[in-house]
Design a protein around this ligand. Structure first.
Ligand code: ASP
Length: 339
């Protein structure tokens, strides 16, 4: 009989309306009562709830650390892990956990829902029950999905490739630059070629200790003062630069000069595209040639969520700035496509 640790952090799945009509989190016991089906599983399900469940818009790196520590401390006691989480920042948590949990060889599946579990048309039950099923699926004693993934509305996505792209549809997530890891129909169909192959090393817990980063989403008409004020934020260590198309931006002299000034101050600049699909290709157009020349790092096809959390992770290590820049361009947990 396999054993699952079910971690409840909050989110719509366990919410009820308060007196003003706003959705607020409610306790885990009430949530579990809504899913009597859970008892039919032939698995042992151990539960752990955040003392105060939260809307995921309130998730902070400290909360990611709490989740990672719970998994790390209970790693040997369970075959897989399911995290109930709000959908708003689920892709950030999944990306962060993928960097925190190095050498993972068991499933860590995040799920939630668009409608609370108490509602008649809720998507919560299917999401939760299938996430448990996936997290317990093994072959020859090895988890079939040994990675951090998001299960939502019949699809399983690599966590650090996913993004919340719809606030209304039951199908809330997409993984624009990577195939789905599995699809749930009458059978669970695993996309074996897309799933990570684990190594034999023991699980390592990486702590996040640096969030001195900023993001700049380019737009036509951005002023010099705007960019100047960002690069002069005290202690700033990195900027995620969200560029146009295949990694392009303005060629105005003041713009490039300010980026050069930032790089001289040892600030890492990571270029990712505002487009969900496709990749940054610095040097493809004249409007990205300067980025390549001055040392802006290409984030290739990384999601915004993976870019932010990968920077937080790398800045928290004792790697030098040039080592961090190299690591940013390599797939550490399958978050970017190989060239
Ligand atoms: N605001 C909610 C949250 O992220 C939305 C959801 O769960 O779908 O916690």
């Amino acid at each position: 009989m396999s054993s699952i640790l079910l971690i409840y952090t909050g989110g719509t799945i366990g919410m009820v309306k308060d007196d003003s009509g706003a959705l607020v989190s409610f306790n885990f016991d009430s949530l579990i009562k809504e899913i009597p089906e859970i008892k039919k599983f032939a698995h042992t399900i151990v539960t752990h709830s955040f003392e105060v469940p939260i809307d995921s818009s309130n998730m902070q790196p400290e909360n990611w650390m709490d989740i990672a520590e719970i998994i790390y401390d209970n790693y040997d006691a369970h075959d897989g892990f399911v995290i109930l989480h709000g959908s708003d920042t689920m892709a950030y948590t999944a990306s962060a956990l993928s960097f925190m949990l190095e050498n993972l060889s068991k499933s860590v599946i995040l799920t939630g829902s668009q409608l609370p579990i108490g509602e008649v048309r809720t998507d919560a039950k299917e999401n939760l029950l299938t996430a448990i099923e996936i997290a317990t699926t093994s072959k020859n004693g090895q988890a079939v999905v040994p990675e951090v993934a998001i299960y939502f509305e019949y699809d399983l996505y690599r966590g650090n490739r996913s993004t919340k792209s719809n606030a209304e549809d039951f199908e809330a997530f997409t993984s624009p630059n990577y195939e789905v890891l599995a699809q749930a129909g009458v059978k669970l169909k695993f996309n074996k070629n897309a799933i990570y192959t684990p190594n034999e090393k023991p699980l390592k817990l990486n702590k996040f200790s640096n969030n001195h980063i900023a993001t700049i989403k380019l737009f036509p008409g951005m002023t010099e003062q705007y960019l100047f004020s960002i690069i002069n934020i005290p202690n700033l260590k990195a900027i995620v630069l969200e560029t146009f198309g295949a990694g392009n931006g303005s060629t105005q002299i003041w713009f490039i000069d300010l980026l050069i000034e930032a790089i001289r101050k040892d600030i890492v600049i990571l270029n990712i595209s505002q487009c969900e699909g496709g990749a940054v290709a610095q040097g493809k157009y004249e409007t990205s040639s300067a980025f390549k020349k001055i040392g802006v790092v290409s984030g290739k096809d990384m999601t915004y969520e993976a870019a932010v959390t990968k920077l937080m992770y790398l800045l928290g290590t004792n790697l030098s700035t040039s080592q961090i820049k190299k690591q940013l361009e390599l797939p550490l947990r399958g978050e970017i496509s190989e060239d």
